[in-house]
Design a protein around this ligand. Structure first.
Ligand code: ATP
Length: 598
């Protein structure tokens, strides 16, 4: 057994009540469909009783030595019941699909929408693997159960009720004879639920941890290799896998014992029914036909009981999955299933005065120490604010808070007076460009249209021209139609940055935050990107985080960040003549800069 590893605080799991509330919202306005589905399934179960009744009557006819004409009635009953059962079965399947499939689609949409809107901190705290296992594995579990096991579960439950009612209708003593099986079945079920529920819930959590460990292994591969840490990560993955496997073994062991105990219940119940039937027939209180029907009714319970309890596995796993999925939506209550008519909500109105402000903002990553200690600043409409500071002073952290990607631990970030967290989709107003630009699989134009879906060719060309990318895009095999990203035509870091800037230009936010967007590039490319960034910033409010002073000197205002605190604020000339950290940074940069840099 390996040493225990610190485990991330996973995303929350919803309570039973939260899941019920969510399901109620999903089924809102579909009550009639629900009732119709249950009615069709109940009719199908009742019709299944016709088989044992017809066989009982046929048996009695043989016992009574009646002519073969006496079989006509039971045969007609069988045929009519089979036709009616087929019709109700078809109706039940169609209605169930109409009820369940849109609900599953909505669940998937809600899960994805919520995930897209989750604060970065919540995702980081829980581990990306946990999130991936929820939106893939758990969604699959719930979808599969809803489209398969759920129908089987409800159908079997109704079949059991019908068979028990049929037994009682034949002779109450048959129903009484079946009773000894019930406590064994009930006890078995209770034991199974008590034993397996925590196993499944813990098993899904262990799956999430395994996915987290695997994902960390993949994403951190270069670092792990560079530091020769592969073996310890492998050990971590091995421990997580062993944990997850152990839960599978425990679940299988519980299921095997469960079915063994059920066989005992079947043996006991059928034995008692046959004994009662024998006594009733011998004393002339029941005929052989009724006894046959009773035995068949009881034997007819085996399949639905096994099916019901068999799908309990999937239903329980789906229940655990559903609680984890609904749990995601509880991270940010505003992202819960939206009300069809939310009505006016003063807290979520778009801001009237678009100035971006941080007020006494404190922030730390997870349980670690604060990296921002009471930062306050204000970006007036149309103003360009530059943020400078040494490595690790908190510039990128501040940028992500100003963009609404992270939430301050204390203090507030507001846009037009409204807290960013209360705004609906702040990205429409505020866009962040970092040096980590992702090239999406698709054409150059597709990559740009993410900023403005439906943008025409002329708009795409204008955006490319504005960031100085026309020449190299035209030189690609299919121009803006060339496939890039995910195995497509390779791009340099500078080209990917240019596309990111062009995309944001199409998005046309009121505030743009540039976080060292040009730092990665070589000197020629850096100059091109500086121009592209300047074009993007033109006419809107901007926060520019940069080490390159070409982006700083003509800013309207500059803040200097040192160890998470704003230590100076002013224009380039003011800060330069004031000495201090800014003057040293300026001196260091101007002495080291290339001769042709302006
Ligand atoms: N995801 C993270 N988890 C934990 N700590 C982090 C994380 N990102 C940054 N930090 C820490 O927060 C502090 C501020 O980092 P930040 O990246 O904001 O500084 P920066 O001024 O942008 O640095 P640089 O110029 O090198 O990009 C540093 O001590 C850094 O180690």
């Amino acid at each position: 057994m390996s040493a225990p590893h610190a485990q991330p605080a996973l995303l929350p799991v919803a309570t039973g009540r939260q899941v019920r509330d969510y399901l109620r919202t999903l089924l809102r306005g579909r009550r009639l469909l629900l009732a119709g589905t249950v009615a069709a399934m109940a009719a199908q179960s009742a019709l299944a009783l016709a088989g044992p009744v017809a066989i009982g009557r046929a048996t009695q006819a043989v016992v009574d030595h009646r002519s073969s004409a006496a079989l006509a009635g039971p045969v007609a009953l069988l045929a009519a019941a089979a036709l009616a059962a087929a019709a109700t079965g078809w109706a039940a399947t169609v209605l169930l699909a109409r009820l369940v499939l849109p609900a599953i689609a909505r669940l998937r949409e809600d899960a994805v929408t919520t995930v897209v809107e989750l604060p970065v901190d919540a995702v980081e705290a829980g581990g990306t693997g946990d999130l991936v296992s929820r939106v893939s594995g758990d969604v699959e579990l719930v979808s599969d159960a809803a489209s398969g096991a759920l129908g089987s579960f409800v159908g079997s439950a109704l079949a059991i009720v019908s068979a028990l009612a049929g037994l009682a209708a034949l002779d109450w003593r048959f129903a009484v004879a079946a009773l000894p099986a019930v406590p064994i079945q009930a006890g078995t079920l209770r034991w199974y639920l008590r034993t397996s529920r925590p196993i499944y819930a813990a098993g899904r959590i262990a799956d999430g941890r395994r996915a987290s460990a695997l994902l960390t292994g993949f994403t951190a591969l270069p670092t792990l290799r560079a530091l020769r840490l592969g073996a310890s990560q492998q050990q971590r993955i091995g421990a997580a896998s062993a944990d997850s496997m152990e839960y599978e073994f425990r679940a299988t062991r519980a299921a095997t014992r469960f079915f063994g105990r059920l066989n005992l219940a079947e043996f006991t119940g059928l034995g008692a029914i046959l004994l009662v039937a024998f006594l009733l027939v011998r004393s002339g209180q029941a005929d052989v036909g009724a006894a046959t029907t009773a035995a068949l009714f009881f034997a007819g319970l085996f399949d639905p009981i096994n099916a019901l309890l068999g799908v309990f596995d999937s239903m329980q796993q789906a229940g655990a999955g559903l609680r984890r999925l609904v749990g995601i939506t509880t991270v940010r209550p505003a992202a819960a299933p939206p009300d069809p008519d939310p009505g006016p909500d003063p807290g979520r109105r778009p801001p009237t005065e678009p100035s971006l402000a941080a007020d006494d903002v404190r922030f730390g990553y997870g349980p670690g120490p604060d990296v921002l200690h009471g930062v306050s600043l204000r970006v007036e409409p149309g103003q360009r604010l530059a943020v400078v500071g040494t490595t690790g002073s908190g510039k990128s952290t501040l940028a992500s808070l100003l963009a609404g990607l992270r939430e301050p631990g204390a203090g507030s970030v507001t846009f037009g007076g409204a807290a960013l967290t209360a705004l609906d989709l702040p990205q429409r107003h505020i866009a962040l460009v970092t040096q980590e630009t992702h090239v999406f699989a698709g054409s150059v134009a597709d990559n740009l249209r993410l900023g403005r879906p439906g943008a025409g060719d002329a708009e795409i060309r204008a955006a490319l021209a504005a960031v100085g990318a026309t020449a190299w895009v035209d030189a690609l095999p299919d121009g803006a139609g060339t496939a890039i990203g995910g195995g497509g035509h390779p791009l340099t870091a500078g080209q990917a940055q240019q596309l990111a800037l062009a995309r944001v230009r199409l998005l046309d936010p009121s505030v743009v935050i540039l976080d060292e967007a040009t730092a990665e590039a070589g000197s020629d490319a850096a100059r091109a990107l500086d121009h592209a960034a300047a074009a993007l910033v033109e006419g809107r409010s901007a926060v520019v985080v940069a080490h390159r002073f070409t982006q700083v000197v003509d800013a309207d205002a500059i803040v200097v960040l040192e160890q998470g605190r704003v230590t100076a604020h002013g224009t380039h000339d003011q800060l330069r003549s004031a000495g201090g950290a800014y003057a040293s940074l300026w001196r260091a940069w101007s002495q080291g800069r290339p001769a042709d840099e302006d």
